[in-house]
Design a binder for this molecule. Structure first.
Ligand code: NAP
Length: 322
């Protein structure tokens, strides 16, 4: 059968697919155009989707051959999974393998913004470090503070476990409260969102992007945060109203932000890059060689299962039979 891959992936992950199927990889710059995608998907049995958007319009054009869209990533807001289900197409994602790596990056940028690591690095490179100054380049403490984790699933919990090592108080918010024994194990306290925002020194986001979470952090919610607090977003850009965030950062109603994802990625809201109290990274949450390769292995495993007529391990929708 034929598998279309929309971006370069390590051969070590694709070789298993090649043993049984024909693999066609997009070799152009960036991502394939919508026209190219439709043309390729019309003749594919499986799609290993790396960053492409698959909406209703594309799904209406792909024809009956496509059985599975295996997303390379845990967040699958780029794919209309419900509509794919109506068309009888399975959609899968890559949970778990990227949890710890993404939690690590969250901490890297949280620490970077709190302790001004990026600014300090630029200061040294610019030759401004002329000797130790007791009150230069001071940041905010992380240890012992309160972290509020919004979306306390796999990644949120991995971030929370790390916070305990810093002696922090952990608040969390989900739609569903965890069982008491799990809360106890994670030493985390459930909070409604507004209270979490008001009490946290660091607010860190790990919700999926859905209709409910789009602009979850808007101007009103930003205004609830302490002027000394930092916002960390390693979930999806549109979870935060980026214009409202820039305004809050400019006005100093919050202390800073660390962002791995952006509302109109890869475009940035004007004003963001001229602020010194932000740390910006280019969507590298899961970006270690090991993890990004493992994500490809998981996507391949899902495709192999689907093409063998089995239910793939990481199915996220309920396709109607066709
Ligand atoms: P997960 O295990 O499904 O966790 C998501 C959590 O969000 C759940 O605890 C869920 O709990 C909560 N949630 C969902 N909707 C909510 C809402 N409306 N309000 C409050 N809480 C809500 O997912 P994960 O594996 O931790 O991944 C989380 C997200 O991180 C992914 O969807 C992806 O977008 C993002 N991510 C980004 C990167 C990166 O490179 N920057 C890497 C990996 C993942 P309830 O259902 O109880 O609400």
């Amino acid at each position: 059968m034929k598998v279309y891959v929309s971006f370069w992936l390590p051969e070590v992950a694709l070789e298993r697919l090649r043993q049984k199927h024909t693999v066609v990889s997009y070799e152009g710059e960036g991502l394939p155009s919508r026209e190219e995608l439709v043309a390729r998907l019309k003749e594919a049995d499986a799609f290993l989707c790396v960053g492409s958007r698959v909406d209703k319009e594309i799904l209406d054009q792909v024809g009956p051959r496509l059985k599975i869209i295996a997303n390379w990533g845990v967040g699958y807001n780029n794919i209309d999974a419900d509509y794919a289900a109506q068309k009888g197409i399975m959609v899968t994602n890559t949970p778990d393998v990227l949890t710890e790596t993404t939690a690590d990056l969250s901490w890297a940028i949280l620490m970077a913004v709190a302790r001004r690591v990026v600014e300090a690095d630029a200061y040294v490179r610019a030759g401004q470090f002329k000797g130790f100054k007791p009150f230069a380049m001071l940041g905010s403490d992380v240890w012992g503070k309160t972290i509020g984790i919004v979306g306390f699933g796999r990644i949120g919990q991995a971030v929370g476990r790390r916070a305990l090592g810093f002696g922090m108080r952990v608040l969390y918010h989900n739609r569903n409260r965890l069982p008491p024994e799990r809360e106890q194990e994670l030493q985390a306290t459930y909070s409604d969102l507004d209270t979490l925002l008001a009490e946290s020194d660091f607010v860190s986001l790990y919700v999926p992007l859905t209709d409910e979470t789009r602009h979850l952090i808007d101007a009103r919610r930003l205004s609830l945060m302490k002027p000394t607090a930092f916002l960390v977003n390693v979930s999806r850009g549109p979870v935060v109203d980026e214009q409202a965030l820039v305004e809050a950062l400019r006005a100093g109603t919050i202390a800073g932000a660390a962002l791995d994802v952006f509302e109109k990625e890869p475009e940035l809201t004007p004003g963001l890059t001229s602020l010194t109290n932000v740390v910006l990274t280019p969507h590298i949450g899961s970006g270690s060689w090991e993890t990004r390769t493992n994500m490809a292995h998981v996507a391949v495993r899902n495709i192999m299962a689907a093409l063998e007529g089995k239910t793939p391990p990481n199915l996220v929708n309920q396709p109607v039979s066709r």
